[in-house]
Design a protein around this ligand. Structure first.
Ligand code: KG4
Ligand code: ZN
Length: 339
């Protein structure tokens, strides 16, 4: 069957997601069932609860994706599923569902790296993003700076040595008493705040170093909050959020621009949940415009976890002849380029 239709399945963290993608780029449906309201009362994702909720939701979500795309399982050409990185118990639910469908329907199965999926969110509903480019993948679990010389080739230029950028947002937001996930909350609080109100440290800014470190910033932010509380002083949340957010945006942008210069590429690509941050997008856009560089990023709802990006990455892996067998297993620590 050469329908060009991919069923994408994503369950690596706390979103149960399924999507139908045509020819790797056209979204026919994209269903994301978020568990955020369940995990919010614990201040973060509880892995046991996440896998249980995935089990309940996975087939209804797949069914909804098929219905919205107005197709049946028979019409699908290939089944793509995230197999890492992520929470093992969560990943296994998507993988088991994908394997069962692939076996029952005799359809090819393709395991997809979640980070590669985030990058492919840039190829959905558009065709103008072409390598070579430098890409910053910034999410709750990852901060990777990549050179992509050709489709499917990834050169890791730098990555975080400790916390991911999204993780820093989430942890600091939690101490501020803001609900999970913290990124969008801090972005909201930062509006109208003065980003220069508090001078937070920037890690690893020495020239030629493309790695990141956010734990120093996180500690400085937490210490600032503790100190203010101990002194009985009120924290100006808006200024605090703006300054903290700016420290992250500043480092991410400086490294991305330095990478573009070093590797002589004129295209910049953003991906991952933190790329949904509009202050970040606006700042990189201004810097790109000043330097005559082209910037691409997905719409905000395709920056955070979804299955459309997995369907896209899976379809292009399938076209490249890659297949997974029924031994496909969850790889929580999977790295880009490992497969
Ligand atoms: O890509 P994603 O949905 O899941 C992972 O693969 O981790 O990213 C989620 C992360 C969370 O840490 C969340 O706080 C952050 O992305 N995030 C944001 C924004 N939206 C989501 N961070 C900053 N600003 C945002 N608007
Ligand atoms: Zn993600």
């Amino acid at each position: 069957m050469q329908s060009g239709l991919t069923l994408g399945i994503e369950t690596s963290c706390d979103e149960t997601a399924a999507a139908v993608i045509k020819n790797g780029t056209e979204i026919l449906s994209n269903i994301v069932l978020s568990q955020i309201n369940i995990h919010q009362k614990y201040g973060g994702v509880v892995p046991e609860i996440a896998s249980r909720k995935h089990i309940e939701a996975i087939f209804p979500v797949i069914e909804e994706a098929l219905q919205e795309a107005q197709i049946t399982l028979e019409d699908i050409e290939v089944i793509a599923v995230t197999y890492g990185p992520g929470l093992v118990g969560s990943l296994l639910v998507g993988i088991a569902a994908a394997k069962a469908l692939a076996f029952a329907l005799s359809k090819p199965l393709v395991g997809v790296n979640h980070i590669e999926g985030h990058i492919y969110a840039n190829f959905l509903n558009r065709q103008d993003v072409q390598p070579p480019f430098v890409c910053l993948t910034v999410s709750g679990g990852h901060t990777d700076l990549l050179l992509i010389p050709k489709f499917g080739e990834y050169e890791i230029i730098g990555r975080t040595r400790d916390d991911a950028a999204g993780e820093a947002f989430d942890k600091v937001a939690r101490v501020l008493g803001l609900p999970y996930p913290g990124g969008p909350q801090i972005e909201r609080q930062a509006k109208g705040g003065n980003r220069h109100a508090i001078q937070f440290p920037r890690g690893m800014l020495e020239a030629g170093n493309f790695d990141f470190s956010f734990s120093g910033l996180k500690t400085a932010a937490l210490n600032y909050l503790n100190e203010m509380r101990q002194k009985g002083l009120a924290v100006g949340v808006s200024d605090f959020a703006a300054s903290f957010q700016w420290a992250i945006i500043d480092v991410l942008t400086q490294k991305l621009l330095a990478a573009a210069e070093k590797y002589k590429v004129d295209q910049l690509v953003l991906s991952g949940g933190v790329a949904a941050n509009s202050a970040f997008r606006e700042h990189v856009q201004e810097c790109a415009d000043e330097r005559g560089l082209q910037l691409f990023y997905p719409p905000a709802h395709l920056c955070t976890d979804n299955a459309a990006m997995i369907g896209s990455a899976g379809y292009f892996r399938y076209l490249a002849g890659k297949r997974s067998d029924y031994y496909l297993n969850a790889l929580p620590g999977l790295r880009l380029g490992d497969d």
